[in-house]
Design a protein around this ligand. Structure first.
Ligand code: SF4
Length: 469
């Protein structure tokens, strides 16, 4: 399936100008304010930055307070049930605000809105929501916004997976030294528990040169960390006329001159190549951190999950990475309580965690997603049993993470200083291996690389002092 690259953003210019004019008249010269709340993954954050880019062109500035806003947008996530429940609660809470401020436009977008049963519920039960759009319609935001503030009717737009990659959309980045860089969209893997292929559509890669020039301009503009984004970055290049692999793409970005760090997410073990591991091992800028979700240690469950690899394949990649990448930091995702998971299946998950020795894990109790194959599978395991397994897993990983951190005491780590921890007044930073390091220092270090002598390990957080070298 050949995807199309389209530079159709200029078609939005007319709507941007019209919307800007209307908002200026309504605000009698004051600056219109938008309140954007983004939930979920980094891809959703990157989408939120595009919407902010388009709103900036329409003359908007931004506020965290819904009370002050002329436009309120919840950029939703559909990956777990409680994420959705929270959204319904937060949207419901805006009903009174709409009564107090009738001109405010309340909108919802993101993966949750790509689901028909959800969009219908919003339409029926939340009449004060004036605009709803899915992940495929972001490029038409000015058009939809203009129609919402002028048409006197609600605008609902979703589900047109046209295999297009829309380039040229302005981006207003949240950070000044860390940037998200999408390299592809969608997913063709259809893991049986996952809603993403239904909400983000088929895989479509951006052009190699478009990504490279965006990376170059980020480095030129002083960004210190670039995270390449995709639901499955390892299948980058599928559908491109000009064949390129992910390993080739990240190598080309690594060849850019400058002092910066490259990260990427999310990888899929079935497509993670040894070629990629070799590129990371011999690179100047690529972080020594590999996030490789394995979900379960049981081959029986991996089949049920439709993951297309088994334990042996996973360990083969992991052991190759350990052999080639010095001090590689491995992290992963695990689902506990997948339908039909037996105690024996779970024991295999624990033994894999023990065998690999992950720096950290993202652990989840299975969440039934309507419309996915797993949602129809028999699930005799009780919530209590799942909870008990979940705590055993956390306990095991806490021990492993603490041991790893303890082994780093007295080492000197190069870190990117990210923020000030208001609670303890320490600066918070991350190693190339994505491990959190805290050290006392001046806020002027934020956004720069520095060396830290590790003096202490507190579970999975390191502490230390800044040193020259
Ligand atoms: S790889 Fe699987 S889990 Fe990840 S987004 Fe695709 S379908 Fe979902």
């Amino acid at each position: 399936m050949i995807r199309k690259i389209v530079n159709d953003y200029n078609e939005q210019a007319e709507y941007i100008a019209l919307a800007k004019e209307i908002m200026q008249i309504r605000k009698r010269g004051d600056v219109p304010l938008a309140c954007i709340r983004t939930y979920g993954c980094q891809q959703n954050v990157a989408d939120g930055e595009k919407i902010k880019g388009m709103l900036s062109e329409m003359g908007f500035e931004f506020t965290d307070k819904t009370e002050e806003a002329d436009f309120i947008l919840f950029n939703t996530c559909a990956v777990r049930e409680h994420a959705e429940d929270r959204i319904f609660g937060n949207v419901g809470a805006l009903k009174a605000l709409k009564k107090r401020h009738p001109t405010v436009l309340i909108a919802l977008c993101g993966c949750m809105m790509e689901q028909e049963h959800i969009a219908n519920r919003i339409y029926k039960s939340f009449p004060f929501v004036g605009l709803v759009f899915g992940t495929h319609a972001i490029h038409k935001f000015p058009d939809m916004f203009y129609k919402s503030i002028t048409g006197g009717r609600r605008v609902f737009e979703r589900g047109n997976d046209d295999l297009c990659v829309h380039e040229g959309i302005p981006v207003k980045r949240d950070g000044s030294f860390k940037a998200w860089l999408s390299i592809m969209y969608g997913c063709d893997n259809f893991c049986s528990y996952c809603i993403v292929p239904y909400t983000r559509g088929r895989e479509r890669s951006r052009n190699f040169e478009d990504i490279l020039s965006e990376a170059r301009s980020l480095v030129e503009n002083g960004y210190k960390e670039i995270t390449l984004l995709g639901q499955n970055v390892n299948s980058y290049g599928k559908g491109l006329e000009e064949k390129h692999t992910f390993a080739e793409l990240i190598k080309a970005i690594d060849d850019i001159e400058g002092d910066f760090l490259i990260r990427f997410m999310t990888s899929h073990p079935k497509d993670c190549s040894k070629e990629l591991i070799d590129v990371i091992a011999n690179s100047k800028h690529i972080s020594k951190h590999l996030h490789l979700p394995f979900q379960s240690g049981s081959d029986r469950l991996l089949k049920q999950m439709n993951r297309h690899y088994d334990r042996a394949k996973y360990l083969d990649i992991v052991n190759y990475a350990k052999e080639k990448i010095k001090d590689v930091s491995l992290t992963s995702d695990i689902i506990v309580g997948f339908p039909g998971e037996t105690e024996e299946d779970f024991e295999q998950t624990l033994s894999l965690v023990e065998e690999v020795g992950f720096t950290s894990l993202f652990t989840f109790i299975y969440s039934r997603r309507k419309g996915t194959p797993a949602a129809e599978m028999p699930d005799p395991t009780t919530d209590e049993q799942k909870g008990e397994r979940f705590s055993r897993l956390l306990k095991l990983q806490e021990r492993i993470a603490a041991e790893r951190c303890a082994s780093m005491v007295n080492s000197t780590e190069r870190v990117l200083v990210e923020s000030l921890n208001e609670k303890n007044g320490m600066l918070s930073a991350r190693t190339s291996g994505n491990i959190i390091v805290e050290a006392p220092g001046d806020e002027s270090l934020i956004g720069t690389f520095a060396n830290v002598k590790i003096t202490k390990a507190r579970n999975w957080i390191l502490q230390g002092e800044f040193v020259n070298k």
